[in-house]
Design a protein around this ligand. Sequence first.
Ligand code: GLA
Length: 391
Amino acid sequence: MQDLNKLWKIFKDKFTDTGLTKGIFSAPGRVNLIGEHTDYNDGFVLPMAIEKEIVMLGQLRNDRRVRVFDFGYNTEIGFSLDKLIPLRKNTWANYLMGVVDEIQKAEYILQGANLIFKSNIPRKAGLSSSAALEVVTALAIAELNSLKIEPVKMARLCQQAENNFVGVACGIMDQYVSCLGQKNYVLFIDCRSNNYEPVPFKDHNYQIVICNSKIQRSLVNSEYNKRREECKIATKFFKHKLNLEIRALRDITIDEYKKYQGQLPEVIARRAKHVISENYRVQTGVEALREGNFLAFGQLMIESHQSLKDDYEVSCAELDLLVDLALKQEGVLGARMTGAGFGGCTVNLLERDYVDTFKKSIKNEYKEITGINPDIYVTRPTEGAKVLELR
Ligand code: GLA
């Protein structure tokens, strides 16, 4: 937890007290254990909220202005609730403005606010710092204005903010788990029905460890949108072939894929293969976790990485290296890239006793080959967005 007293002090230095409702809110980042690039195909995912978060302090204003101070970048922006246009500079603010825009489009009436926020989620590392910013903004704005927006709806509004205002056609996974994460549980989310089942992840000898490659590539968004288009082409093909009520790759079985794959353009076939097989891996993985079969779960993580690397082509040399290095360490059951890809992090499943040696070896070996110091985070599944104070 971050130092809230210090944050209040900064808040008071920045803004004059309006005497209106004020509060503190937080939203976590996430790591996805398995189910990558499946959410926008109406498929299955298995993420958990991590022990890294954004904390936001806010107070209502008497007018229609919003002022926001980003503690990390030490920058402030301001805008009117009546004039929401994406910024070219300070683009971090677009996540926030997009949320305000979506809340207003949903016909909620808002008042202006003063806000500051501080994050300890590494940016552009594939741990959903942007989703956390969207979610903490949505929660702060909703609570300060006494609006009751239930969590799945909030996640949807945040996803739409990113789709419409930021221009990334992301699925719902990141915002969903940032809203609904649970302590000691990973969430098995069905991204079609938007229902979820919590799967326990505690009281055993295994630990989730995240390795940050420190690689950030600007092509993430354009490649991401391209993958989405490729999935649409595949869906259209299967709909035509099978003449069924097919709405997404979620509706295709592995046997159907095998039967028709030869008729698809080669690249599209590989994209479809990843999504269809990944959905299967998530469902099998959930069974394995429920039975306490961590060995089987780890194996599925390894297969997932292979598929993301070869068929979906969203990995990169540094992520592949982190996975290879991890799989050579003692006590590692599974390793794979996590999130959109092209850099960012890997997620690893380890026997708890080996965590310290793992950290040391990976740091040394990755540094030796790439010259980059990786960051390593050990985390348990934690709670989703919450109100820490409201008065
Ligand atoms: C990003 C998106 C998610 C999801 C993942 C890939 O994190 O925001 O919606 O598509 O990539 O699984």
